[in-house]
Every structure is written in C-alpha cells, then in structure tokens.
Design a protein around this ligand. Sequence first.
Ligand code: FES
Length: 608
Amino acid sequence: MIQRKLEVTYRPFDRTTRVPPGTTVFSAAHWIGLPIDSTCGGRGTCGKCKVRVLEGGTEATTADHRQLRKDETDNGWRLSCQARIYEDLTCEVPQLLRVPKAATMGLSRLVIIDPNVRKVYLELAEPDLEDQRSDVTRLRDALTAEGHDMAAGVAVLRTLPMTLRDAGFKVTAVLAGEQLVAIEPGDTTEECFGVAFDVGTTTLVGTLMNLRTGMAAAVRSTLNGQAPFGADVISRISHAMNGPESVDELRNAVVATMNGILDELYAEANVKPERTYEAVVVGNVTMLHLLFGIDPTPISMMPFTPAFMDALSVPAREVGLRIHPGGYVQTLPALGAYVGADIVSGVLATGIAREDKMRVFVDVGTNGEIVIGSSQRTLATAAPAGPAFEGSQIKCGMRATDGAIEGVQLSDRVELQVIGGDVPAQGLCGSGLVDAVAQLLNVGLLDHSGRMLAATDAPNHPLADRLIEVEGVRAFLLADGVYLSQRDVRELQFAKGSIATGIKVLMDILGVQASDLDEIFLGGSFGSYLNPESAKIIGLVPPVDVDKIIAVGNSAGEGAKIALLSYRERQVAFELPTRIEYVELSGRSDFNDAFVSVLGFPHLELVS
Ligand code: FES
C-alpha cells in the first residue's frame, strides 16, 4: 500500500517537498538540498537546527525543552531534527550562521562535510578531593558542554584511566555517532580518516577519505578474493550452500581482500590504521551477507528473502577489518534481494528520488538494476540479464582486459578500439559487443528482428566480405579470429530485452514516456563503459537525445564516500527504502508482453 505523502514548505525559500509521515523537518529539508544549520548531525544535542513552525503542528519534544527557551517553544520554534511531520506544514528557516565546509562528490553534488565520526579535543579539569567525578563522567560532562552526547563501552573504558593521566587530561575524544570509539592523548583532531568500500562480485574498490577535508587520500581496487568460488553471485551462493565452513571461506576471502586494500591505502597515504575510525561498505545483498558470514542461500530461492536488508552498523573488531578496533563498519540498506546497497548508494550519488527531474538509473550487469522516478514517486526493480554483457556465453566474448575489443565503428571499413592499445584483438567485451551490434544495425547488415544478412543477401555492400559462416552459423568477422555470430546477437537481444522490459514496466506504472525523461544514468562497471549512442540504437534504453544518456562511473563508490562524509546524507540513504517502491518483475502478467515488444531492435528512424 502506498502511504499518503505530506507536504512541507520552507520559508523564505518557498520550497516545498512531499514526504512520508514521520519524516523529520530536518531530513525533508535535506532531501531538497536546503541548508539547515547543525553541528551534531541531527542528534538533537547542538540546538542549531531550530525552525519556526508557522502552519501545521508538531509537539515540542524533550530535546526541544532542553535546547530551547520556553518563549521559543511557545512561539513555535522546534529542533527540526526532532520535529516529525504528521500533517502538512509550513516553517521558517533562519539564515545559516556559519558557512559550512563542503566537497563536490558524485555527479557534481555539493556535500556538506559533516561526518558521523567526530573528534573533539578536550582539556579536562584534573580530579582532586573537591572534584571526585569518575573519569567517564568528567569526559561526558566536557563533551556535553560542547554539544555532544556520549556512550562508552568497556573496551574504551579499559584504556581511559591511563590515557587521561599519561596525557595530563589533555585528550581527543573520537565519537562515531554517540559511541566513544577512542580516547587519544593530546590533540589528534587533524588525523581523522574513514574508508569507503564498494564490494563488487568481481572487483572491490576502496577509497581512504580524510574526514576533515573531504578529500580522498588514496584509492585502490582489486579483484574480489572470492573469485575462485565462481564468477557470479549464484555460484558464490552455490558454494555457500555447502555449509557453514564454506560461508566462512567466502567471508574470509572478502575480508582478506578488503584488508589487503587497506594496507595499500595506509602505505600510500602514510596513515595509521588506528586513525581510521569508520568504513562505509556497499555491495549487492549477497556480498554484504558474505561479508558478515551470513548464509545467503535463501536469496537464490523463491520467494527470494534475504536475512537482512537494513543498514547495519557492526563493530570493526567483529568484522575483522583493519581499521581502529573500536571503529564501525556501516552498510547502507537494500531495496530488494536483487537491488542492493550498491544501488541505494548509486541513487544517493545521482540524486534520484529527491529532485524534480525524471530520471532513469540502470546498472547493467548479469542483473540489470533499474531505478526510475523523481521526488514525486520512484520505483526500482531488478531484471535478470544473464552473462552476455559480461562477455560470457558470447562465442568470442572475454572480460574487459588487454586484447578485448571495446569499441567498434563500421562504415565502408572496420575500425576497432582494443584495450591495451597496440595489442592484437583477441575477443569482444560487453561494450564492444553492444557497439558491434549497433554498428551492424547502422550499416544495414542486421535487420530489425536481429537477423544477420548473408554475403549473398548484400553482395554490393562494402563489408560483404566480412559476412562469413562459422560452423554453419552466420557471423561477421571483426578481426583475425574474432567474430560476432548470429547466436551472439540473439544472446544480446535477450539480455537487453530483459533490461528494456524492466524499464518499460516501471515507466508504464509511472505513466511516463521517453519524452518525459530528463536523464538516463548508466552505472556499474559495465554501464560506465557503454557507448550511450549504441545503448540507444540497440534499444537497451529508451529513445532520448543521446546527450541525456550519461555514464556515471562507479556511482556505488561515490555514494559510499558521500555517506562517509555526511551523516545527513547517510540518513537520506537510510530513508530511501521508504521512498522507493520495489517492483517484483517475476510473476507480473505484463512482463511477457512487454518483453516480446522490446526483443527486436528499434527501427533506426525511431532512435535517430
Ligand atoms: S539539535 Fe543539532 S541538528 Fe538538531
């Protein structure tokens, strides 16, 4: 059932947004990029986020009474981070008193640097017979005076007495949210790092971020150490089915890969592991299950129910990740068993679901994950595409490494772009496959149904001598020993047909046409390399102006960095599952009809 949205208007900006009941005034403002001041990141302890409610009501909370004067609460002032919206309302936002530090992230998004991890330097009064407060009370009182709440676990308490005394009670408190992660001698506020991880089935990318400046200190990527257990999610799950030891094997493999990346990041940036306090990790649902050693088997079976889809915050020492042992591993939530935290992260980076533009986000891989919508309504789904885009099940298919054809241009001759520059072509990777098919359509050697012409059908065509037969199947010769066969074209048709169907079904539910689309983002390790023009010619994406089709690179990694740098943006990501409706394609009666309608290639006049 779809919840009725409530309207909230912000003066003096005259900006309005519609949000689900229960959203805070602070979060709703953040959704539409309005600046409300804060130093506590929305925890109700700094008192800076106050707004005046002009129309509609919201009860004063305990935090309001603590932070605001009585005449203020009587006059409608509320802490926007605590004020939940249960009816339409209008409020007034005071001008920002300070200019916040910001960094440009993702798709040119300006992100205010306000990380979950904060360091506070304190010079505490030394205890004496007049002041016998316990160490932790002394610390908490000092932090409260600075506007921070604090909770301390036993591990950090063990180090507290000696650290305080050795440092002459001049210490830096490290907080992740309210949790005291560490207490460090002296002023270490300059050294504050976090790491953003995109854990892909094939590749892992780690970025060490300076949480003070918002800059990346170092970036590394490497192959997922789970590769020996299979190339894709399903083979990893099959291995996990062998029992708890196998789940552990997979867990150890991915943790070892992440720790290997961390070691390289620390060495390159000259940063100590104990100065890295938080890891934001995104990945598909299976990858995150395996990272925590949770059996992912049910994800692969009807009715596809994961053990968890929520955002988890787990102590780093429990995960075995080499950051500060008191630090945390934070994941983002998923939208469905096959639309994971990596997609939520991509949505965060691209701004879909919070701006007025109607946008499509497609992550193209063995699964096509699709998100379509605007701030009004957003839908998501996953369409099984099979391995064609990854280059497997294609006769001359290969991964995107040296020797792979990644670009094809046909005219009266064949021009190839081969990864590695001057190396001979050895095969065809996904983007080369899409290009080859699009170009064959362009020069008339493939028809709208996907049928490849034989040399005898087009004897005068300048490329007729390239039309060959291999083991009785028509094929087009791209380079010595590398060809595209009729069967490959069919494989690609099924793969792109499945994704195009997912897009069509979601557009139909939203009631939008191609002409209503403002932008199409192609994400994921494959989508980012795809030629937008070719994606359009083969009908993978709807027919829009080619400059509206944008490759967004590693949007999952960008979203993880944003969530690391900004507690508020992280809250936005946490709320995405309540703002985005997940549509299950299997079992839909309109799926087959839609699939048949997009299986062929669009007529060229429709896409030009
Ligand atoms: S009290 Fe700090 S953001 Fe609301």
